[in-house]
Write a protein that binds this ligand. Structure first.
Ligand SMILES: Nc1ncnc2c1ncn2[C@@H]1O[C@H](COP(=O)(O)OP(=O)(O)OP(=O)(O)O)[C@@H](O)[C@H]1O
Length: 360
């Protein structure tokens, strides 16, 4: 998917901006606080119906305004679509694709696959498994249409199961839910496992280019010992689950392990190398989606130059450009990007106090 036109209204400090991005690399530059990240955030909001910076969607609505509005003209091959989103202060969201109301935000994510890389993306490696699980599930969701429903069912049953555990229910009562829990958990795990295997293939080439001296291993842990039968485990862990008041093992504990030799990647790599690793993971996801479904992701890279030397900026930009996807990168100093390119960006935008201007 490619954004051909974008109209942003009342989004953080952007009062009104209209732009026609290029199909390839788009450079967005400006001083601190000018609104560069807000522009990326607006694209992300359009693709997912939520911000990557704030849990409270109201915070992104411009102060003094009662709603934000985002409109876009999208193209995928010969297809053209119009996608619009309105978010009101009272929390209501209205999304329309080609004039038709979209009720499920998952359909939005399907239409506009977005790969986000921000200075905070390190969370993928440092913080708890949630961010890494979300990373796997992004791919599982896009690569297998049955994933979403299976995962929703796992979450639904898990909620019920945990409630029963807190209510000190008998094993018989819990076992009633475990049959279904087992069925959906197995489906989710198979899809995730298959996805991580395919991702690893993509990743090898990219990491080889970014971090040639380092051998990074990416492995999937499913949330319980893979040698143990899950049905049996649920039964034997009943007492423990009861004592804890929640289900200790299961697909909700799945994780992605990133190791260099015997060490966790975050202990073995420098900050710049970690950034490259996160970028490699995101690019591999985008490439895989391209291969599997012939769908192009949109890459949003906030503050691309930070932490990277010129050679690595060059490598990263080259890899992004080679995806043939639409890419939006921000930088304070435009030279930090253009100096690392052998050609000018497709389009350059300057942001100043919330105003977005194309640089001819
Ligand atoms: N709801 C809002 N209404 C109005 N302005 C806002 C709102 N939320 C944030 N802002 C302001 O928007 C400005 C733009 O912030 P943004 O993070 O997009 O800048 P940036 O160009 O990415 O800066 P940096 O280079 O420092 O990361 C900030 O000055 C912030 O105070």
């Amino acid at each position: 998917m490619i954004i051909q036109q974008l109209h942003v209204e009342s989004f953080r400090n952007i009062h009104s901006a209209q732009l026609s991005p290029g199909n390839g690399l788009n450079l967005i530059y400006g001083h601190n606080g000018s609104g560069k990240t807000s522009l990326l955030e607006a694209i992300h909001f359009l693709g997912l119906g939520r911000s990557f910076r704030s849990h409270l969607a109201q915070r992104v609505i411009q102060e003094g305004e009662d709603k934000l509005q985002l409109f876009s003209r999208l193209a995928a091959g010969d297809e053209e679509h119009k996608l619009g989103l309105r978010r009101f202060r009272n929390g209501d969201t209205e999304v329309r694709m080609d004039g038709e109301r979209i009720k499920k935000l998952s359909l939005l994510a399907e239409a506009l696959p977005i790969q986000l890389i921000t200075p905070e993306s390190f969370a993928l490696l440092f913080e708890g498994p949630k961010a890494r699980r979300q990373f796997i599930d992004w791919g599982a969701f896009h690569s297998d249409p049955s994933f979403y429903l299976n995962w929703m069912n796992v979450r639904r049953i898990l909620k019920q199961r945990n409630q029963l555990l807190r209510d000190k229910a008998s094993y018989q009562q819990i076992a009633f839910w475990d049959k279904e829990f087992l069925r959906y958990s197995t489906a989710v795990t198979e899809i995730r496992k298959h996805y991580v295997d395919s991702l690893n293939e993509q990743l090898k080439g990219i990491i080889g280019g970014f971090l040639p001296q380092v051998e990074v291993r990416v492995s999937f842990t499913q949330g319980w010992d893979s040698k143990t039968d899950f049905a049996e485990l649920l039964q034997t862990q009943y007492e423990r689950d009861l004592a804890m008041g929640f289900t200790v093992s299961g697909p909700h504990k799945a994780d992605l392990r990133l190791r260099v030799g015997t060490l966790p990647a975050q202990d073995a790599l420098s900050r710049g190398q970690l950034k490259l690793l996160v970028c490699a993971l995101r690019i591999a996801q985008g490439k895989l989606l391209q291969q599997q479904l012939n769908k192009n992701s949109i890459y949003l890279v906030d503050d691309l130059p930070s932490e990277l030397d010129k050679q690595h900026r060059k490598l990263l930009l080259q890899e992004l450009v080679e995806t043939n996807a639409q890419v939006f990168v921000t930088a304070i100093d435009p030279a930090a990007i253009s100096d690392s390119l052998n050609f000018p960006p497709d389009r350059t935008f300057r942001v100043e106090r919330g105003e977005v201007k194309v640089i001819e």
